[in-house]
Design a protein around this ligand. Sequence first.
Ligand code: ING
Length: 310
Amino acid sequence: MRTITVGGAQLGPIARDESRAAVVMRLIVMLREARARDCDLVVFPELALTTFFPRWFMTLPAEIDAFFESEMPGRDTKPLFDEARRLGLAFCLGYAELAEEGATTKHYNTSILVDAAGRLVGKYRKIHLPGHVEHEPARPFQHLEKRYFDVGNLGFGVWRLLGGLVGMCICNDRRWPETYRVMGLQGVEMVLLGYNTPVHHPPAPEHDLLANFHNRLAMQAGAYQNATWVVGVAKCGREEGVDQIGQSQIIAPSGETVAMAATLGDELIVARCDLDLCRSYKTTVFDFARHRRPEHYRLIVDRTGPLPPA
Ligand code: ING
Protein backbone atom coordinates (compact mmCIF):
# COMPACT_ATOMS: atom_id res chain seq x y z
CA MET A 1 0.00 0.00 0.00
CA ARG A 2 1.40 3.38 -1.00
CA THR A 3 0.79 5.83 1.85
CA ILE A 4 1.97 9.34 2.60
CA THR A 5 1.50 10.57 6.16
CA VAL A 6 1.02 14.28 5.60
CA GLY A 7 1.04 17.10 8.15
CA GLY A 8 -0.85 20.29 7.41
CA ALA A 9 1.02 22.98 9.34
CA GLN A 10 -1.60 25.67 9.81
CA LEU A 11 -0.21 29.02 10.96
CA GLY A 12 -1.89 31.60 13.15
CA PRO A 13 -1.32 35.31 12.51
CA ILE A 14 2.12 36.60 11.47
CA ALA A 15 2.66 40.21 12.54
CA ARG A 16 3.96 42.73 10.04
CA ASP A 17 7.12 43.28 12.09
CA GLU A 18 7.68 39.61 12.91
CA SER A 19 11.20 38.72 11.76
CA ARG A 20 11.86 35.92 9.26
CA ALA A 21 13.95 34.22 11.95
CA ALA A 22 11.06 34.28 14.42
CA VAL A 23 8.66 32.89 11.83
CA VAL A 24 11.12 30.19 10.77
CA MET A 25 11.36 29.14 14.43
CA ARG A 26 7.58 28.62 14.46
CA LEU A 27 7.87 26.50 11.32
CA ILE A 28 10.69 24.44 12.86
CA VAL A 29 8.58 23.76 15.96
CA MET A 30 5.89 22.36 13.67
CA LEU A 31 8.45 20.24 11.77
CA ARG A 32 9.43 18.67 15.10
CA GLU A 33 5.81 17.92 15.99
CA ALA A 34 5.35 16.41 12.53
CA ARG A 35 8.35 14.13 13.08
CA ALA A 36 6.93 13.07 16.46
CA ARG A 37 3.64 12.20 14.70
CA ASP A 38 5.35 10.11 12.00
CA CYS A 39 4.77 12.46 9.07
CA ASP A 40 6.59 12.04 5.76
CA LEU A 41 5.62 15.45 4.38
CA VAL A 42 4.69 18.84 5.90
CA VAL A 43 2.62 21.46 4.08
CA PHE A 44 2.96 25.13 5.11
CA PRO A 45 0.50 27.87 3.99
CA GLU A 46 0.71 30.47 1.23
CA LEU A 47 3.20 33.30 2.01
CA ALA A 48 4.23 31.39 5.14
CA LEU A 49 7.23 33.62 5.94
CA THR A 50 5.45 36.94 6.33
CA THR A 51 2.21 38.60 7.14
CA PHE A 52 -0.27 38.75 4.22
CA PHE A 53 1.12 42.08 2.98
CA PRO A 54 -1.21 42.50 -0.05
CA ARG A 55 -3.74 43.83 2.52
CA TRP A 56 -1.86 47.17 2.41
CA PHE A 57 -1.36 49.73 -0.37
CA MET A 58 2.36 50.35 -0.80
CA THR A 59 4.23 52.31 -3.44
CA LEU A 60 7.90 52.15 -2.41
CA PRO A 61 9.64 49.24 -4.16
CA ALA A 62 11.98 48.76 -1.18
CA GLU A 63 9.01 48.50 1.21
CA ILE A 64 7.31 45.97 -1.06
CA ASP A 65 10.42 43.93 -1.81
CA ALA A 66 11.15 43.60 1.92
CA PHE A 67 8.42 40.94 1.97
CA PHE A 68 10.09 38.92 -0.82
CA GLU A 69 12.88 36.31 -0.85
CA SER A 70 15.67 36.80 -3.39
CA GLU A 71 17.12 33.34 -2.70
CA MET A 72 15.67 30.08 -1.41
CA PRO A 73 17.05 28.89 0.87
CA GLY A 74 18.46 32.16 2.07
CA ARG A 75 20.15 33.15 5.30
CA ASP A 76 16.91 33.08 7.31
CA THR A 77 15.35 30.01 5.67
CA LYS A 78 18.43 27.76 5.64
CA PRO A 79 17.69 26.65 9.24
CA LEU A 80 14.30 25.40 8.05
CA PHE A 81 15.85 23.37 5.22
CA ASP A 82 18.53 22.03 7.58
CA GLU A 83 16.03 20.94 10.24
CA ALA A 84 13.72 19.31 7.68
CA ARG A 85 16.66 17.33 6.31
CA ARG A 86 17.81 16.40 9.83
CA LEU A 87 14.30 15.13 10.61
CA GLY A 88 13.94 13.39 7.23
CA LEU A 89 10.88 15.43 6.24
CA ALA A 90 9.78 16.60 2.80
CA PHE A 91 7.94 19.91 2.86
CA CYS A 92 5.93 22.39 0.80
CA LEU A 93 6.49 26.11 1.50
CA GLY A 94 4.68 29.18 0.22
CA TYR A 95 6.62 32.45 -0.04
CA ALA A 96 7.00 35.66 -2.05
CA GLU A 97 9.68 35.08 -4.70
CA LEU A 98 11.90 37.66 -6.41
CA ALA A 99 13.06 36.10 -9.69
CA GLU A 100 15.62 37.56 -12.09
CA GLU A 101 14.45 36.83 -15.65
CA GLY A 102 17.03 38.29 -17.99
CA ALA A 103 17.17 42.02 -17.29
CA THR A 104 13.84 42.12 -15.42
CA THR A 105 12.99 41.27 -11.83
CA LYS A 106 9.74 39.36 -11.46
CA HIS A 107 7.61 39.05 -8.35
CA TYR A 108 5.77 35.75 -7.81
CA ASN A 109 3.50 34.24 -5.18
CA THR A 110 5.38 30.94 -5.09
CA SER A 111 5.23 27.47 -3.58
CA ILE A 112 8.11 24.96 -3.57
CA LEU A 113 8.27 21.23 -2.96
CA VAL A 114 11.43 20.00 -1.18
CA ASP A 115 12.25 16.33 -0.62
CA ALA A 116 13.56 14.75 2.59
CA ALA A 117 17.15 15.22 1.37
CA GLY A 118 16.58 18.97 1.00
CA ARG A 119 16.46 18.89 -2.82
CA LEU A 120 14.08 21.21 -4.68
CA VAL A 121 11.65 18.85 -6.45
CA GLY A 122 9.12 21.31 -7.84
CA LYS A 123 8.10 24.95 -8.00
CA TYR A 124 4.74 26.57 -8.67
CA ARG A 125 3.90 30.26 -9.18
CA LYS A 126 0.34 31.40 -8.49
CA ILE A 127 -1.74 31.89 -11.63
CA HIS A 128 -5.14 33.07 -10.36
CA LEU A 129 -4.24 36.38 -8.69
CA PRO A 130 -7.36 37.79 -7.00
CA GLY A 131 -8.03 41.31 -5.87
CA HIS A 132 -7.14 44.60 -7.56
CA VAL A 133 -4.22 46.78 -8.72
CA GLU A 134 -4.90 50.31 -7.46
CA HIS A 135 -5.66 51.59 -3.97
CA GLU A 136 -9.34 51.30 -3.10
CA PRO A 137 -9.55 53.33 0.13
CA ALA A 138 -13.24 52.54 0.61
CA ARG A 139 -12.29 48.95 1.45
CA PRO A 140 -11.63 48.07 5.14
CA PHE A 141 -8.46 46.38 3.86
CA GLN A 142 -6.86 45.98 0.42
CA HIS A 143 -6.27 42.83 -1.59
CA LEU A 144 -3.47 43.93 -3.95
CA GLU A 145 -2.10 40.63 -5.27
CA LYS A 146 -2.61 41.91 -8.83
CA ARG A 147 -0.39 44.87 -7.89
CA TYR A 148 2.46 43.05 -6.20
CA PHE A 149 2.69 39.76 -8.13
CA ASP A 150 3.24 38.73 -11.73
CA VAL A 151 1.03 35.93 -13.06
CA GLY A 152 2.75 32.58 -12.59
CA ASN A 153 4.64 31.32 -15.66
CA LEU A 154 5.18 27.65 -14.77
CA GLY A 155 1.70 26.20 -15.30
CA PHE A 156 0.39 23.51 -12.96
CA GLY A 157 3.01 20.77 -12.52
CA VAL A 158 2.94 17.29 -11.01
CA TRP A 159 6.07 15.68 -9.57
CA ARG A 160 7.04 12.26 -8.23
CA LEU A 161 7.52 12.36 -4.46
CA LEU A 162 7.29 9.71 -1.71
CA GLY A 163 6.03 7.12 -4.21
CA GLY A 164 3.17 9.27 -5.51
CA LEU A 165 2.31 12.06 -7.94
CA VAL A 166 2.19 15.39 -6.11
CA GLY A 167 1.02 18.76 -7.44
CA MET A 168 0.71 22.27 -6.02
CA CYS A 169 -1.50 25.31 -6.33
CA ILE A 170 -2.04 28.43 -4.19
CA CYS A 171 -5.09 29.90 -2.51
CA ASN A 172 -7.43 31.45 -5.11
CA ASP A 173 -6.32 28.75 -7.58
CA ARG A 174 -8.33 26.27 -5.44
CA ARG A 175 -11.60 27.97 -6.41
CA TRP A 176 -11.13 27.27 -10.13
CA PRO A 177 -11.91 23.76 -11.46
CA GLU A 178 -9.30 24.10 -14.20
CA THR A 179 -6.58 24.11 -11.54
CA TYR A 180 -7.35 20.56 -10.41
CA ARG A 181 -8.23 19.28 -13.89
CA VAL A 182 -4.88 20.30 -15.42
CA MET A 183 -3.19 18.30 -12.65
CA GLY A 184 -5.82 15.55 -12.86
CA LEU A 185 -4.96 15.07 -16.54
CA GLN A 186 -1.37 14.46 -15.36
CA GLY A 187 -2.57 11.76 -12.94
CA VAL A 188 -2.10 13.77 -9.74
CA GLU A 189 -2.70 11.86 -6.49
CA MET A 190 -2.15 14.63 -3.93
CA VAL A 191 -2.58 18.40 -4.41
CA LEU A 192 -0.85 20.61 -1.83
CA LEU A 193 -2.08 24.17 -1.34
CA GLY A 194 -1.91 27.01 1.17
CA TYR A 195 -4.28 29.94 1.61
CA ASN A 196 -4.76 33.34 3.26
CA THR A 197 -8.51 33.94 3.08
CA PRO A 198 -10.13 36.91 4.82
CA VAL A 199 -13.59 36.16 6.21
CA HIS A 200 -14.85 39.44 4.76
CA HIS A 201 -14.91 39.79 0.97
CA PRO A 202 -15.58 43.52 0.33
CA PRO A 203 -16.92 43.11 -3.23
CA ALA A 204 -19.54 40.63 -1.97
CA PRO A 205 -20.13 40.80 1.80
CA GLU A 206 -23.12 38.50 1.39
CA HIS A 207 -20.61 35.69 0.83
CA ASP A 208 -18.88 36.19 4.20
CA LEU A 209 -21.08 33.75 6.16
CA LEU A 210 -20.29 31.10 3.55
CA ALA A 211 -16.50 31.58 3.58
CA ASN A 212 -15.77 28.27 5.32
CA PHE A 213 -18.39 26.45 3.23
CA HIS A 214 -16.92 27.77 -0.05
CA ASN A 215 -13.43 26.86 1.13
CA ARG A 216 -14.47 23.27 1.83
CA LEU A 217 -16.73 23.00 -1.24
CA ALA A 218 -14.03 24.10 -3.70
CA MET A 219 -11.38 21.71 -2.35
CA GLN A 220 -13.73 18.74 -1.85
CA ALA A 221 -15.05 19.13 -5.40
CA GLY A 222 -11.53 19.39 -6.81
CA ALA A 223 -10.49 16.27 -4.92
CA TYR A 224 -13.50 14.16 -5.92
CA GLN A 225 -13.74 15.27 -9.56
CA ASN A 226 -10.05 14.51 -10.14
CA ALA A 227 -9.71 11.52 -7.84
CA THR A 228 -6.92 13.09 -5.80
CA TRP A 229 -6.06 13.89 -2.20
CA VAL A 230 -6.11 17.61 -1.43
CA VAL A 231 -4.24 19.19 1.49
CA GLY A 232 -5.40 22.77 2.16
CA VAL A 233 -3.48 24.70 4.82
CA ALA A 234 -4.43 28.15 6.16
CA LYS A 235 -2.62 31.11 7.56
CA CYS A 236 -5.48 32.25 9.79
CA GLY A 237 -6.80 34.13 12.76
CA ARG A 238 -6.88 37.90 13.26
CA GLU A 239 -3.72 38.98 11.39
CA GLU A 240 -3.04 42.76 11.61
CA GLY A 241 -6.72 43.36 12.32
CA VAL A 242 -8.07 41.18 9.50
CA ASP A 243 -9.89 37.94 10.36
CA GLN A 244 -8.78 35.07 8.12
CA ILE A 245 -10.49 31.68 7.95
CA GLY A 246 -8.84 28.55 9.26
CA GLN A 247 -10.33 25.07 8.80
CA SER A 248 -7.16 23.67 7.23
CA GLN A 249 -8.10 20.23 6.06
CA ILE A 250 -6.98 17.02 4.40
CA ILE A 251 -9.45 15.68 1.85
CA ALA A 252 -9.59 12.17 0.37
CA PRO A 253 -10.28 11.35 -3.32
CA SER A 254 -13.80 10.49 -2.17
CA GLY A 255 -14.28 14.17 -1.37
CA GLU A 256 -14.48 13.44 2.36
CA THR A 257 -12.55 15.67 4.76
CA VAL A 258 -10.53 13.27 6.95
CA ALA A 259 -8.76 15.86 9.13
CA MET A 260 -9.56 19.49 9.98
CA ALA A 261 -7.99 22.14 12.20
CA ALA A 262 -10.02 23.15 15.24
CA THR A 263 -8.21 26.39 16.12
CA LEU A 264 -7.15 29.64 14.45
CA GLY A 265 -3.51 29.31 15.54
CA ASP A 266 -0.44 27.23 14.79
CA GLU A 267 -1.88 23.73 14.55
CA LEU A 268 -0.66 20.54 12.87
CA ILE A 269 -3.31 18.29 11.33
CA VAL A 270 -2.16 14.81 10.30
CA ALA A 271 -3.58 12.05 8.12
CA ARG A 272 -2.14 8.83 6.72
CA CYS A 273 -3.14 9.06 3.05
CA ASP A 274 -3.49 5.86 1.03
CA LEU A 275 -2.60 6.93 -2.52
CA ASP A 276 -4.21 3.79 -3.95
CA LEU A 277 -7.59 5.16 -2.84
CA CYS A 278 -7.24 7.42 -5.90
CA ARG A 279 -7.47 4.32 -8.10
CA SER A 280 -10.96 3.54 -6.79
CA TYR A 281 -12.09 6.69 -8.66
CA LYS A 282 -9.50 6.99 -11.47
CA THR A 283 -10.39 3.51 -12.76
CA THR A 284 -14.18 3.91 -12.50
CA VAL A 285 -16.23 7.10 -12.26
CA PHE A 286 -13.35 9.37 -13.35
CA ASP A 287 -11.60 7.13 -15.83
CA PHE A 288 -10.88 10.04 -18.18
CA ALA A 289 -9.87 7.78 -21.11
CA ARG A 290 -13.15 5.87 -21.04
CA HIS A 291 -15.66 8.51 -20.05
CA ARG A 292 -14.32 12.02 -20.78
CA ARG A 293 -15.08 13.44 -24.24
CA PRO A 294 -13.31 16.78 -24.76
CA GLU A 295 -13.73 16.53 -28.56
CA HIS A 296 -17.49 16.71 -28.07
CA TYR A 297 -17.49 19.64 -25.65
CA ARG A 298 -16.37 22.04 -28.41
CA LEU A 299 -18.96 20.67 -30.88
CA ILE A 300 -21.81 21.53 -28.49
CA VAL A 301 -20.62 25.13 -28.30
CA ASP A 302 -20.12 25.36 -32.12
CA ARG A 303 -23.61 23.94 -32.85
CA THR A 304 -25.34 26.66 -30.81
CA GLY A 305 -22.93 29.37 -31.94
CA PRO A 306 -23.45 32.93 -30.73
CA LEU A 307 -26.87 33.47 -29.17
CA PRO A 308 -29.14 35.80 -31.15
CA PRO A 309 -29.37 39.33 -29.66
CA ALA A 310 -32.02 39.61 -26.91
N1 ING B 1 -7.22 34.87 -0.89
C1 ING B 1 -8.59 34.73 -1.16
C2 ING B 1 -8.97 33.36 -1.71
O1 ING B 1 -9.17 33.14 -2.89
C3 ING B 1 -10.60 35.65 -2.18
C4 ING B 1 -9.12 35.82 -2.02
C5 ING B 1 -11.43 35.43 -1.07
C6 ING B 1 -11.15 35.67 -3.42
C7 ING B 1 -12.81 35.22 -1.24
C8 ING B 1 -12.54 35.49 -3.60
C9 ING B 1 -13.35 35.27 -2.50
O2 ING B 1 -9.11 32.49 -0.85
C10 ING B 1 -6.12 34.66 -1.70
N2 ING B 1 -4.92 34.93 -1.16
O3 ING B 1 -6.24 34.23 -2.85
